[in-house]
Design a protein around this ligand. Structure first.
Ligand code: AMP
Length: 268
């Protein structure tokens, strides 16, 4: 029914929701609908730095392996570096504007002290609709949120609220064909032969993340860290909650809210 939509003002958004709620699905759908949006995942960015063995990647690797959070100053440096690279923010005072110049100052491969917090006063953010983004995984704590708010203020925090039972049921019913990434749901989209991939006949497995015990422990961690984050953004007046049992119930509401807040005609 709808094609593409233009943004009238910059959207700086984070999606918050329990593990398995479908943040990735919603991000992909929003980006399809609003091509000016891009997304940035702190976990992906960290993994890329680990892969390239940058100084920051080397420091972050042990934390990630231990399943603990990477220190705030490092995270902030990483996110700001990427935001600068992508033109969402600029480092001041302005240097002659070349890509290598703006990015090299905060380069994750330079010899700077990666554990030192960046100098906040040196940044300005862009309000151009083309600098719109959805962050995934950052900020994770109230302290990270307060720090990023002083630099590149988030103007919408979406809480994807799906009953825990509905997520659990979806996870329990989900089987994948690991080599191809094909996903089956035993209720809505079962394979032709139980336990076998339709195309190859190979065995289906569960994702590691979908182990119910692993999921429950991630849910507890989510509740510990994200609920204070929601409270923080609620006080700032940028929290919006969307309720739904499935991604398909949530998407139309989310797109409508984006149109209302950021669509053309909302530029004033
Ligand atoms: P994720 O892919 O988002 O689950 O992140 C994987 C790992 O990266 C986490 O377990 C943390 O060690 C680290 N990480 C990702 N985002 C953050 C963040 N905002 N703050 C601290 N550590 C993070």
């Amino acid at each position: 029914m709808h094609g593409l939509s233009q943004l009238g003002r910059a959207a700086r958004v984070i999606l918050v929701g329990a593990p398995g709620v479908g943040k990735g699905t919603q991000t992909a759908r929003l980006m399809k609908r609003f091509p000016q949006l891009s997304s940035l995942s702190s976990g992906d960015l960290l993994r890329e730095n680990v892969r390239q063995q940058t100084p920051l990647g080397i420091l972050a690797e042990s934390k990630m392996k231990a399943g603990v959070l990477v220190p705030d100053a490092m995270m902030l440096r990483l996110i700001l570096n990427e935001a600068t690279k992508r033109g969402w923010a600029e480092r001041e005072p302005r240097m002659p504007y070349t890509l290598s110049c703006t990015t090299s100052n905060l380069s994750t491969s330079s010899m700077e002290d990666m554990t030192a917090p960046p100098t906040f006063s040196q940044y300005t953010y862009s309000d151009n609709p083309n600098s719109s983004f959805i962050l995934d995984g950052f900020p994770r704590t109230v302290s990270q949120a307060s720090q990023i708010d002083n630099l590149i203020p988030i103007n919408l925090v979406v809480y994807l609220n799906t009953p825990v039972n509905a997520i659990m049921e979806r996870i329990m019913n989900r089987w994948v064909h690991a080599p191809s990434g094909r996903v089956y749901n035993m209720t809505f989209n079962p394979p032709k032969v139980p336990g076998k991939d339709d195309a190859t006949g190979e065995a289906l497995t569960r994702r590691d993340d979908d182990d119910p015990e692993v999921w429950k422990s991630r849910l507890r961690q989510f509740e510990r860290t994200s609920l204070p984050l929601l409270d923080h953004y609620s006080k700032k007046g940028v929290l919006w909650t969307v309720n739904g049992n499935s991604s398909d119930e949530i998407s139309p509401q989310l797109i409508k809210e984006f149109e209302k807040r950021f669509g053309m005609g909302q530029s004033s």
